[in-house]
Write a protein that binds this ligand. Structure first.
Ligand code: ATP
Ligand code: MG
Length: 902
């Protein structure tokens, strides 16, 4: 039964029992003190605790839940998801214990045709509080459950409370027995030995908890409090794990193999080439991926965004753990764009709102993967180096300073470092990490300021500046070409009198039109021609110390000596494109402040030819609609031809005018203020700008993303680059319009949607056909079984276009067709997309003879050049060469012979 069907049946069942059907509350509430909704009862707490009167006497819901305390369990137990759906029925002063038990029994055991779940009553166990006679008698006498399967537990194990004085009460819990293959028998009787789901977690699975809200409790810690008396309004609150029921009903091993999750795992297998079931650790990673991708999808859908604390951090951790698991499976490409849509397609039936929201959700998730990839790339190699060094010394502790360096310089989260260290048997010195964090904060700031000088030794530049006794005049606000003289020449940071071409040189001029990189504006480029025929191609201009402008470039011809005359000319086209970008940056900045408030302050920028980047402090992503508004606003103002002016004034005057200054930047006494449109935008700025916004042409915002703790970045194309980009997109759209044969571009989305739908339908049809074909073949295939050393052996190559899933079904089908009377071993192989797959199944009689599917498979997969493994009754492998399938099948035959001879 599909998971969405369980969901639907639940609501239908309780609707017929007069329950108000209440839609799931979001995963996050407006109350910031509650991290996530962790149970179905959360939205009903006021009615249960009695602070509000319930608007209905009984209700039912299927609630989305997130439990972060189960993160570590994911993939390791069979039953814990970070996201799961809890189905609940509630009574507020209406029916009590007997009603709750009756409904649960009816829903669990009514046949599937009759609308229930159709669980075998003989497999159901019930746990009750040892003093709860009423429940015990009802379940054994009225329901008639065998007392051997009713376990009475002490208060510590089966009581519910809120942790403070108020309502409390015993629970009754339904468990499903998966049978002796999964663990030891429970012993009931006078001293019950109940493995519960702690030790015997694989066998007795808790599926449904009924909370009987019966007593008023007093002060006390833990479960040690007095029961003061019975509540006036008794309530019922229950929770059934939809995923747990799903995996039991779907006959799979654990909750990650259900229909709402497993296709994500299959996608991850396909990407990574690893085979589920072949290796214990790989399986854990595959399950983590299946679980976390879904949780991320649902969290982002409910408005959570990746961040560094609280809910955002949990989401970030889930996405990063999934990405990292993919990498540990050997896949280091982008994986979310392949995995997330699969998860969406699985969840959309129960949560149709995912469809429309998916563009937004995927933007956020993909951007987070992208950010993490950048972090990982640098961080991992540094981490490996540190681990190597520690291990070489025989150490067990990863120094806190290194953990800090990873965090500070490479943005590696500390918990990731700790997790990765744990995996290689090291511990992180957390105390040292914290103190390094404290100490180096200051130093990091100082370092950042000194970064741009190129040469670490700035003494020579200081000397040059003091020798000339004043700043070098920058004439580039008005001039593109300046006649000047060479003041000094440096090669490799050393002063020289003269140097011949070709050479890499640094040149200081008496005055210059070249803008040195600063305030986010890139340096000018151009040429310096020298008297006597020398020519320097300038590619970078820096200000190693305030007031000194140094031109860096290549001396192509002749020689350069200090004292010669020079004509300095900038590349005016490049400068123009940079100026357009810089003015555009001011305009985007002001428009952002208009839309997002004055908290959105500048954190950095870069103005390059035809392109701008603007970083600003803002705690969350800027919605697409707001970005569109900003883009519209800026482009309207371009058309208005606002004038751009600059003025020198004292810092105090500038502040009084409300000019924007860059936080943390040092300004001199006299500053330059650039204004656009009078007082619309005013910024302290030394950069070069256009004279009127009309010169900019077009500004096109390309996107917005987080670049780390609370800082966002917008990118935009400016002027001609924006035009070229639009022209390219336009050409693309025309091409698509033609290819997809639609009349107008507007019809494209609909056409693509219908094509994708068609493709999906065809894939489905194909899968059905293939299934039918295999079924038909199975009937004749059985005939081809041979007898090898007393074992019925059926080894067959199905050929191309058959995946592992189909092979599994076929193998099971063949095994059951061959019956239980004689030992049977079935081996079926096939290939798809150049990859071979092999499935082996044995029946009980064969296993008794020592024929274990897992062991046989390992040898056979090797013969094929792949790998795999599994349980004694069923195993699966793949990888290898399709041409070597025959050798794999002979290996199976040999294994059977050898095992029988031995
Ligand atoms: P367990 O001991 O197995 O972790 P629990 O005692 O935490 O379960 P409850 O808090 O009683 O479970 O939640 C009610 C029901 O929700 C459980 O009976 C179970 O079916 C389901 N459930 C609880 N936690 C999870 C989870 N992490 N993933 C999937 N289902 C869960
Ligand atoms: Mg739990």
């Amino acid at each position: 039964m599909r998971t969405s069907e369980i969901h639907r049946r639940w609501l239908d069942f309780f609707a017929t029992k007069d329950h108000e059907i209440v839609p799931s509350a979001p995963l996050v509430s407006s109350d910031p003190s509650i991290l996530f909704t962790i149970a179905g009862m959360v939205p009903f707490i006021p009615y249960i605790v009695g602070t509000e009167k319930a608007p209905y006497p009984r209700a039912a819901s299927v609630q989305k839940c997130i439990r972060t305390n189960d993160i570590e369990n994911v993939g390791r137990t069979t039953r814990h998801g970070t996201f799961f759906q809890m189905a609940g029925n509630f009574s507020f002063g209406d029916y009590f214990k007997q009603g709750a038990i009756d409904y649960s029994w009816e829903f669990l055991t009514t046949s599937q045709e009759g609308g229930g779940l159709g669980f075998d009553p003989e497999r159901l166990w019930f746990t009750v509080w040892e003093q709860d006679e009423e429940s015990y008698r009802h379940i054994t006498e009225v329901i008639g459950l065998d007392p051997q399967r009713v376990v009475r537990l002490p208060r510590e194990e089966i009581f519910w409370d809120t942790g403070q004085p108020g309502p409390a009460g015993p629970c009754g819990e339904w468990h499903y027995d998966r049978g002796p293959e999964y663990g030891p028998d429970a012993v009931t009787g006078s001293v019950p030995e109940w493995p519960g789901d702690e030790k015997g977690e694989d066998r007795y699975i808790e599926i449904w908890n009924l909370v009987f809200d019966q007593y008023l409790r007093g002060e006390g810690s833990g479960k040690d409090y007095p029961l003061l008396g019975e509540l006036e309004q008794k309530s019922i609150d229950t929770g059934l794990g939809v995923e747990r029921v799903a995996y039991l009903l779907q006959g799979v091993d654990n909750m990650y193999e259900i229909d709402q999750i497993f296709p994500v795992i299959e996608k991850a297998q396909e990407l990574s080439g690893r085979v589920y079931g072949a290796d214990g650790e790989d399986d854990v990673h595959l399950r983590i991926i299946g679980d976390h991708v879904r949780s991320a999808l649902m969290l982002v859908a409910d408005g959570v965004r990746p961040g560094n604390e609280g809910r955002g951090y949990v989401l970030r951790r889930l996405i990063r753990r999934a990405v990292r698991s993919m990498r540990l499976l050997g896949y280091s490409e982008r994986s979310m764009p392949a995995l997330l849509p699969v998860s969406k397609s699985l969840m959309v039936e129960s949560y149709p709102e995912l469809e429309a929201a998916f563009a937004r959700i995927s933007d956020i998730v993909y951007a987070e993967e992208e950010a993490f990839r950048r972090t990982l790339e640098t961080g991992t190699s540094i981490f490996d180096g540190v681990v190597g060094a520690v291990k070489k010394e025989g150490g067990r502790v990863l120094p806190g300073e290194d953990a800090f360096r990873l965090h500070d310089t490479y943005g590696f989260p500390i918990d990731l470092t700790m997790e990765m260290a744990g995996e290689v048997g090291l511990q992180v010195d957390a105390d040292a990490f914290r103190s390094a964090m404290q100490e180096q904060r200051e130093r990091a700031r100082a370092d950042a300021a000194a970064k741009k000088t190129g040469h670490t030794d700035t003494a020579v530049y200081h000397r040059l500046l003091s020798q000339r006794g004043g700043e070098i005049p920058f004439l580039g606000y008005t001039e593109d070409t300046v006649a000047t003289t060479v003041e000094s020449v440096l090669v490799d940071g050393q002063l020289v009198d003269v140097v011949q071409a070709p050479a890499q040189v640094e040149v200081v001029l008496a005055s210059t039109p070249f803008y040195a990189e600063s305030g986010g504006q890139l340096a000018d480029q151009g040429q310096i021609s020298l008297t006597g025929g020398g020519l320097i191609e300038v590619d970078d201009v820096q200000r190693p110390v305030r007031g000194l402008i140094v031109h860096r470039g290549r001396l192509l011809e002749g020689e350069v000596a200090s004292g010669v005359s020079a004509i300095a000319t900038i590349d005016a086209e490049r400068r123009g494109a940079i100026a357009r970008a810089h003015t555009a940056t001011h305009m985007v900045h002001e428009s952002l402040r208009e839309e997002l408030g004055h908290g959105a302050t500048q954190a950095g920028s870069e103005n390059s030819p035809g392109r701008m980047r603007f970083d600003f402090r803002y705690g969350q992503a800027v919605p697409k609609s707001v970005l569109e508004q900003i883009e519209g606003r800026v482009n309207t103002l371009l058309q208005d031809e606002l004038t751009v002016t600059d003025q020198q004034m004292s810092l105090d005057e500038a502040k009084a005018l409300g000019a924007q200054a860059l936080f943390g930047e040092k300004y001199g006494e006299i500053v330059r203020v650039v204004s656009i449109g009078g007082d619309w935008s005013r910024e302290l700025c030394g950069g070069t700008h256009v004279a009127s916004t009309g010169a900019i042409g077009t500004v096109q915002l390309m996107g917005e993303a987080s670049i780390g703790s609370g800082v966002r970045r917008v990118d935009a194309l400016v002027g001609l680059s924006a035009y070229r980009h639009q022209a390219k997109e336009h050409a693309l759209v025309s091409q698509l319009t033609e290819l997809l044969k639609v009349g107008a571009a507007e019809e494209l989305p609909e056409r693509v949607r219908s094509l994708t739908q068609k493709m999906k339908d065809m894939e489905k049809q194909l899968a059905t056909l293939r299934g039918q074909q295999l079924q038909a073949e199975a009937a004749t295939l059985v005939e081809s079984a041979s007898t090898v050393a007393g074992v019925r052996l059926l080894a067959h190559d199905v050929g191309e276009g058959v995946g592992a899933g189909d092979l599994r079904t076929l193998a099971l089908d063949l095994r059951s067709r061959l019956g239980e009377d004689q030992p049977v071993t079935v081996a079926v192989a096939g290939h798809e997309g150049g990859r071979a797959a092999l499935v082996i199944a044995t029946n009980a009689a064969a296993r008794e003879l020592g024929l274990a599917a897992g062991a046989i498979l390992r040898g056979a997969a090797e013969a094929m050049g792949g790998r795999g493994g599994g349980k004694p009754d069923m195993a699966q492998g793949g990888g290898g060469e399709p041409t070597r399938i025959p050798s794999a099948l002979s290996a199976v035959r040999e294994a059977v012979e050898t095992a029988r001879r031995a």
